[in-house]
Design a protein around this ligand. Structure first.
Ligand SMILES: *Cc1c(COP(=O)(O)O)cnc(C)c1O
Ligand code: SF4
Length: 346
């Protein structure tokens, strides 16, 4: 870890501190050629595969994340999450485009209601980073852009259903949206008396820590609703000092911080990495929440970790970490009332 940090600081080429998150977002690397050049990877080996994968699901890596990747190492666990490969074009039996069957749970445009007390609001279809393993890589986002009419409909649906006490901003990544839009949603939701919590599922504090700006902190701190933020980090090297500071500021604003990860081959499929991730999260004021078992999404089978291996890893964690640093190993199974825990001792 120490060596890694030193290399990372040397690799820093620009001072992104002075750039706003919007500038960082729009200057993300989106071309395979540029990614390979920046990371000193041989185009003869990587370019044609990167182009093939990129055609299926666009490459997107923001600068602050890019700077945490060690150049010249094709096995870097952060690189692996963003580098398109020709393996993504393979189709395999059992690997499907919508493993969670979300397209059938859309209640009104933009609202996914699977569980009794909470509803997912798809604020935007865009992400700040495109993760190659994403189960939403095939999601028909453009069909779900919300018009003012849709927004009214969503609010009416939520207001009429007293069984819902928590709204989850999801996407895409909801923090790609402006604070003007988000605070407007938060205000409207706070006006619905039976809502208690607003949850935000986002990878942005990890990939562009500058997103945790004064405007965001202001509306989060002011809301009547209790705010829970579930970030998404899969490897301890994703949590650098800038991200740690961003998370500290969120915590100071009264936000409860949790993390979800996906078990991924070549990224975090060892007990050592998972234990380091939990420890690092806790240093940053974040508790591990879910470790998602691998879902068979088309184009991502090269990340597959079997359920048995995932169980074995979590059993190892139980031997080395306090209970509050053990994530719950879960899967989403259609028609169940919540996420399904995998039985570790089956
Ligand atoms: C995961 C998920 C939630 C949140 O579930 P929790 O177990 O409360 O974290 C809500 N809605 C949908 C559709 C989900 O997939
Ligand atoms: S940020 Fe989340 S939703 Fe977006 S590509 Fe990555 S895993 Fe998928």
């Amino acid at each position: 870890m120490i060596q890694r940090t030193a290399t990372r600081i040397e690799a820093r080429q620009t001072d992104e501190d002075s750039r706003t998150w919007q500038q960082l977002l729009s200057s993300s690397v989106t071309s395979p050629e540029e990614l390979l050049e920046r990371l000193e990877l041989d185009p003869a080996t990587w370019l044609s595969g990167a182009r093939e994968g990129h055609r299926l699901f666009t490459l997107r890596v923001p600068e602050p994340y890019l700077q945490r990747i060690i150049p010249g190492n094709p096995s870097d666990p952060l690189l692996r999450q963003v580098l398109p490969l020709s393996a993504e074009t393979d189709t395999q039996p059992g690997f499907v485009r919508d493993p969670l069957q979300e397209s059938t749970s859309m209640q009104t445009t933009g609202l996914i209601r699977k569980y009794q007390s909470r509803a997912l609001l798809m604020v935007t279809g865009h992400c700040a980073i495109n993760c190659r393993y994403c189960f939403r890589r095939h999601f028909p986002y453009d069909e779900n852009r919300l018009s003012p009419q849709d927004r009214k409909q969503v609010l009416a649906t939520l207001a009429n259903d007293t069984g819902i006490n928590e709204v989850i901003f999801s996407g895409g990544d909801p923090l790609v949206a402006s604070d003007r839009l988000l605070s407007c949603w938060a205000d409207s939701l706070a006006g619905i008396p039976h809502l208690r919590r607003l949850r935000i599922h986002t990878r942005l504090p990890v990939v562009i820590p500058q997103r945790v700006c004064d405007a965001l902190l202001a509306w989060l701190a002011e809301s009547r609703l209790q705010i829970v933020m579930v970030i998404h980090a899969n490897h301890p090297a994703e949590l650098d000092t800038d991200t740690q500071q961003a998370l500290n500021r969120l915590k100071q604003a009264g936000v409860t911080l949790l993390n979800q990860s996906v078990i991924l081959k070549g990224v975090n499929d060892t007990a050592r990495v998972l234990a380091d991730l939990s420890e690092r999260l806790f240093e940053c004021g974040v508790l591990p929440y879910y470790l998602h078992a691998f879902d068979p999404v088309e184009g991502a089978h090269h990340f597959e970790v079997s359920d048995d291996r995932a169980r074995e890893l979590v059993r190892e964690l139980i031997g080395t970490l306090p209970g509050f640093l053990i994530p719950r190993l879960v899967r989403e199974v259609p028609d169940r009332p919540g996420k399904t825990p995998l039985d570790l001792f089956a």
